[in-house]
Design a protein around this ligand. Structure first.
Ligand code: HEC
Length: 302
């Protein structure tokens, strides 16, 4: 170890000691960041996504394409155009919704220290006029991790690796609560998913409410908001109009915790519930790969 590094880590240890159990967080000003545009998805559950007669991407997904191969085209960010259609009530929303933002650009950073993953999200809070069903939590941010095992059968019966293609979409169904006409008790789920067969998403969530505890759960045949042991902390703050949320997560944990290790690449998706919104009324990301000391859409380097 060279002198500077040694001094830096020694200082880190001192600071960690001062802050009690808080781990030495990385110097975020030195960590590269990737901008990810979250968008308002309306009722575009997986059944709509994979229905070839309604969604232009269905055929390409069958061949192994990912959402971002079409939707992150800078010249033609289709979703950016279409959120006007969705919020306008022309498609994927029973009626128009006014005052809500179509997209939220978020800066994503990741790092690791050999045994913990650090994830940092920052974004400018947009003007919003949501239904405010979750009065206790003005803002929430959830992250899902997946190991490339979740499949979804499309309209032609072909199995698509949906976690790899599209992040959280493997959990989003048109019969889940807050979808039009759906059972209010039915949460998100993975069809055929169990912890044993690996077809599940690890889920963690930060909530802005006073004293709100972060969630460390998973989604398999249903959503479970507890049981995980990997999450060390989830912290958020607002400075001016900018939110910054940081997760510290051990590489390995317990039930429903996707195991991370140097060299491993997993799938990641995340979502923000802005303006006390609830259920499907969030802004979501497509799927991105997260690499631990490995090349990926977003790399968590040491
Ligand atoms: C082959 C390119 C392609 C891929 C891959 C693709 N899409 Fe699309 N998507 C389109 C096109 C074109 C539209 C606009 C026309 C339409 O509705 O089909 C669209 C529309 C949408 C819309 C509605 C908003 C709009 O623009 O009308 C959503 C939501 C969406 N896609 C989500 C996804 C998700 C999620 C995935 C990955 C699981 C995905 N797409 C993969 C091409 C693609």
């Amino acid at each position: 170890m060279n002198k500077t590094l040694f001094a830096a880590s020694a200082l880190g240890l001192v600071m960690a000691g001062m802050a009690g159990s808080v781990l030495a967080a990385p110097d975020w000003s030195k960590v590269p960041s990737r901008q990810v545009t979250l968008f308002y998805p309306g009722t575009s559950g997986i059944e709509w996504i994979q229905n070839g007669t309604e969604h232009g991407g269905a055929k390409a997904l069958r061949k192994g394409d990912r959402c971002i191969s079409c939707h992150e085209d800078e010249k033609k960010f289709t979703v950016d155009i279409a959120t006007a259609d969705i919020l306008g009530g022309k498609k994927l929303e029973p009626k128009a919704i006014t005052g809500r933002p179509g997209t939220i650009p978020v800066n994503v950073q990741a790092a690791n220290d050999g045994s913990n993953l650090y994830l940092r999200f920052s974004w400018k809070e947009p003007k919003d006029a949501a239904d405010k069903k979750d009065k206790d939590n003005p803002v929430k941010l959830a992250v899902m991790l997946e190991e490339g095992k979740v499949v979804a059968k499309d309209a032609k019966g072909k199995e698509v690796l949906i976690g790899t293609a599209g992040g959280c979409w493997g959990t989003c169904h048109t019969d889940a609560r807050t979808m039009p006409g759906a059972d209010d008790k039915k949460t998100k789920y993975v069809t055929g998913g169990t912890l044993a067969n690996g077809q599940y998403y690890d889920m963690m969530q930060w909530k802005s409410g006073k004293g709100a505890k972060p969630v460390d759960g998973h989604v398999a045949d249903k959503r479970v908001m507890e049981g995980g042991k990997a999450l060390v902390s989830a912290e958020g703050k607002k400075e001016g109009d900018t939110w910054t949320v940081t997760f510290t997560r051990k590489f390995t944990g317990g039930e429903g915790d996707v195991a991370l290790a140097a060299g491993k690449v997993v799938n990641m998706g995340f979502a923000i519930h802005n303006d006390s919104s609830e259920g499907r009324f969030h802004h979501v990301s497509f799927g991105y790969t997260l690499g631990i000391d490995a090349k990926a859409d977003i790399t968590a380097a040491k």
